[in-house]
Design a protein around this ligand. Sequence first.
Ligand code: DC
Length: 224
Amino acid sequence: MIIAIDGPAGSGKSTVSKKLAERLGFKYLDSGAMYRAFTWKVINAGVDFNDKEGLCRLLNKTNIKIEYSKDGSKIFVDDINVTNEIRHPSITGNVHHVSNLEFVRKKMVELQRGFAKGENIIAEGRDMGTVVFSDADKKIYLDADIKERATRRYSEIKTFNDKSNLNNVIEDLRQRDHRDSTREFAPLKQVADAFYLDTTNLKIEQVVDILIKEIEKNSKTGKL
Ligand code: DC
């Protein structure tokens, strides 16, 4: 069974997806981590983000692997564990350079489908329901007010950057929303067959409870 969860940054996708996976005993796929991992590699290899041929050559010799465990997934680039480093603001600020490239998306989509093959999975990202798992058993679109999303992000990034402030985070999210939803390939969009949930005034556990009920409605037996 595949549950596809999409939505903008800060909508609660990652936290909710991890909890859902835990509660349902499913595997969890953080597709954004893959785009972040390649961004890490580009920066480390010193390749210019405008050099498409260089990026393509680099991608062809890059091995990205996700190891799932209940205590948290780990992501490796050529066997280097980059799980923590890919959360750094320098990655967040540059990932759009690679996530809009068709050849990058093609490789990531293959990896994502390979990871999900034959598994029960919660797949989270921007194009899970629209492209990667367009035949998912359940599609979910999580959203939240931009101020609330920024507040959530701010508390996460304070550990990396104590000079950031809430207004900068709001501005940054506006830019990311715009880039994610207007890019040429696999833009973020809410599809008609997705269950839409605004998480602005909900606690994580409330969101998870609502989604489990919703997913159960779709299963033939009403139980998972
Ligand atoms: O969810 P996140 O912030 O870790 O995602 C990192 C970046 O990757 C974000 O700029 C959007 C992009 N992304 C994407 O293009 N497609 C996905 N399926 C997941 C993330």
